[in-house]
Design a protein around this ligand. Structure first.
Ligand code: CTP
Ligand code: CA
Length: 221
């Protein structure tokens, strides 16, 4: 990783970002995944580094270059992401953008599952750790903890409920009923205890810069 920018509003601050999907293995050749490209999270990491922060980016499996000035830790599964987040602490600010798989298979098969000509295989699922909710309860909780919420309906209602349930400070809610996941633009609502701020549809790098400016305003006093 390159040295962080020496100047900027976030100079000296440690920022932790999670991004991308997770992959949960079914067997050695198959996995459960989602449509996250990692673009919004990578753009946020890049914007934070450009503002002088010391940025650690915990990335699920994505096809993106590492933003300049960012330390990247690659992971595959939700449990690996949880361990990488733990290892990256402490942080002043954490922004959890990853689309973490809610479930993994209860036990991945060690060999490729074969068609038997008989009964269909049944995937038994187990719940993954909630990395954001656990970080909110951790003694090393960052002073500003931001979650994302991808919703396909009732976006603000779900986001407000999520803010309370997760114990984070802000939720950045986006409507993913269109082609947001993997796309280049994002229309988000910033949900905080003070209310809701809705931004127009913007390229993901502009959403990232605006969000990091709002974060810098909140933490640099
Ligand atoms: N998150 C996490 N670990 C998980 C699931 C989610 O850290 N196992 C984080 C995401 O990175 C995001 C926030 O929690 O910042 C909200 O994720 P989301 O999937 O919208 O919330 P869930 O609580 O999983 O609720 P649901 O998927 O049922 O809407
Ligand atoms: Ca989820």
């Amino acid at each position: 990783s390159a040295a962080p920018a020496e100047r900027g509003p976030l100079a000296g601050r440690r920022v932790l970002v999670t991004a991308g999907p997770t992959h949960e293995p079914i067997d050695p050749v198959r996995y459960i995944a989602n449509r996250s490209s990692g673009r919004q999270g990578f753009a946020i990491a890049e914007a934070a580094a450009a503002m002088g922060a010391d940025v650690q980016l915990v990335a699920g499996p994505v096809h993106l270059p590492t933003p300049s000035g960012v330390t990247r830790i690659d992971v595959e599964t939700a449990r690996e992401m949880a361990m990488a987040v733990d290892a990256a602490l402490p942080a002043d600010i954490a922004i959890m953008v990853a689309a973490v798989a809610d479930w993994r298979t209860a036990g991945a098969a060690e060999q490729k599952i074969k068609k038997t000509g008989g009964a269909l295989p049944v995937l038994e699922l187990a719940e993954n750790p909630d990395i954001l909710a656990e970080l909110a309860k951790d003694p090393r909780r960052p002073a500003l903890l931001v979650g994302f919420a991808a919703e396909t309906e009732n976006v603000l209602d779900h986001a407000q409920a999520k803010l309370a349930r997760k114990g984070c400070d802000w939720i950045v809610a986006n409507d993913v009923s269109g082609d947001v996941m993997g796309g280049s633009d994002n229309a988000v609502h910033i949900v905080t205890a003070d209310g809701v701020e809705s931004w127009s549809n913007l390229p993901k790098d502009q959403v990232a810069r605006k969000l990091m400016e709002k974060i810098a305003d909140a933490v640099v006093r």
